[in-house]
Design a protein around this ligand. Structure first.
Ligand code: F0G
Length: 354
């Protein structure tokens, strides 16, 4: 296998990379595409998951951020800014550190999973937590970047979409062609926009075909499904707790051009998929990522995804990002016993029989 040197190197002919672009990399991309053996069988379809939690900061955001930060550096900027539900801030801070730049992040106070906050802090970002939601934070950083030399690296920055589209290239390379259906969580709607762009570009160049794009919002944050912004979005999947997606129109275009659908899944369905994926497949992705699995289950049941379909679900972030939700989800806690082998052995015998 050829040596992997990161996305800017691997896909430079598809990306805005020129001789002045710093070849920034933390070796992002090249993530595994894993078949779901048990859930596929149960549903009568053929599911693969694109494990974006295997990226350097544990989410798909690294794909867009390597491109956006490299371009910011190329253009002479020394500071990047973003609003975030967590993952964007971790990726921005990591790539800016690598590039010798500063990062400012604005987050909704108390609504960021612990792992993501730890990352942004460790990578050295300046973190502002507001008593507001993601949509309000995004409006703020858009204005601030507009009146200062600070570069905005949310997905309204077109370089983010360029970087993120590479995931669709990889899916086509890994499967040999596009799947019938691409199932993806939708928050700010940048990623569904990026995948659709990627599938179209690869199809034009290599004839790899086009999937139907099935996007899934959380029920309490399903602005696109409802057709109106949601002032106070709420969901256990904090990554997609977004009430006014910036790439709304692009998401609708991806849906319509691909003959797909944007739907919602409930928090209960997300948590059920979250547990099913860990228990039955050994794959631990964060709650928002499992909106794609919950959505597949919903659409197979409704007939909107046909029996035998080849489906790729995007698992956008690593399960370790959000330890609180994981621990809260499982009723069975570790058993505390005395430091005594017999007591431990007796307990194990009971557990094995159960
Ligand atoms: N899944 C995860 C784990 C995310 O972090 C996000 C977005 C999405 C799905 C939705 O992707 O916004 O492109 O539709 N997280 C952003 C953030 C908003 O700030 O980290 P989208």
């Amino acid at each position: 296998m050829a040596k992997w040197e990161g996305l800017l190197h691997q896909y430079k002919e598809f990306l805005p990379v020129n001789e002045n672009t710093p070849m920034l990399s933390l070796m992002e991309g090249n993530t595994p595409l894993i078949p779901l053996v048990n859930i596929s069988k149960k549903l009568g379809v053929n599911i693969h998951v694109k494990v974006e939690g295997a990226n350097p900061t544990g989410s798909f955001k690294d794909r867009g951020m390597v491109m956006a930060v490299a371009k910011a550096k190329e253009e002479g900027s020394n500071t990047v800014i973003c609003a975030s539900t967590g993952n964007t801030s971790a990726a921005a801070a990591a790539y800016a550190s690598r590039a010798g730049m500063k990062t400012i992040v604005v987050i909704p106070d108390g609504k960021i999973a612990m792992g993501k906050l730890a990352q942004a802090m460790m990578y050295g970002a300046e973190i502002v937590a507001i008593e507001g939601n993601f949509d309000e934070a995004l409006a703020m950083v858009r204005n601030i970047s507009g009146k200062s030399p600070i570069t905005l690296v949310n997905s309204v920055n077109p370089y983010r979409i360029e970087g993120q589209k590479t995931a669709a290239f990889e899916v086509c390379d890994q499967l040999g062609q596009a799947p019938d259906v691409l199932a993806i969580p939708v928050g700010n709607a940048g990623n569904i926009t990026a995948y659709w762009k990627g599938f179209k570009e690869y199809n034009e160049k290599f004839g790899t075909g086009l999937p139907r794009m099935h996007g899934f919002e959380a029920e309490g944050a399903a602005a696109i499904v409802q057709g109106a912004p949601i002032e106070q979005p709420e969901t256990v999947a904090t990554a997609i707790r977004i009430g006014n997606p910036a790439s709304w129109a692009f998401a609708e275009a991806a849906r319509d051009e691909s003959n797909g659908k944007i739907d919602f899944v409930t928090d209960a369905e997300i948590l059920e998929a979250y547990e099913m994926m860990t228990r039955e497949e050994g794959i631990f992705a964060e709650p928002a990522s499992n909106a794609s699995i919950a959505g597949i289950i919903k659409h197979v049941k409704s007939g909107e995804i046909e029996q035998g379909a080849n489906i790729v679900a995007v698992l956008t972030g690593n399960g370790l990002k959000d330890p609180q939700t994981a621990i809260a989800q499982i009723e069975k806690k570790p058993t505390v016993l005395p430091n005594d082998e017999e007591a431990v052995f007796n307990f194990i015998k009971g557990a094995v029989q159960a």
